[in-house]
Design a protein. Structure first.
Length: 57
C-alpha cells in the first residue's frame, strides 16, 4: 500500500511575532555581512533588532 510522502503530510504554518514594547510586527531579514549570511529579527514599529524573535521577550 502506497502512503503519502513525508513532505506532503507537513503543513505550512507561518507565525506572527509581536514586539512586547510597541506591539509592532517582528519580521525576519537576511543580511550579508563580512562574507556571511546572517538572519536577524527586526521590529517594524521600533526598529529594534535581535538575533531571533524569541529574544524580544
Amino acid at each position: 500500500m502506497a502512503g503519502a510522502s513525508k513532505n506532503s503530510r507537513t503543513t505550512v504554518a507561518t507565525q506572527k511575532f509581536m514586539c512586547p514594547d510597541c506591539n509592532g510586527e517582528i519580521i525576519m531579514k537576511t543580511m550579508y555581512e563580512g562574507g556571511k549570511l546572517k538572519n536577524i529579527a527586526e521590529c517594524q514599529g521600533c526598529k529594534r533588532t535581535e538575533r531571533r524573535p524569541k529574544d524580544f521577550k
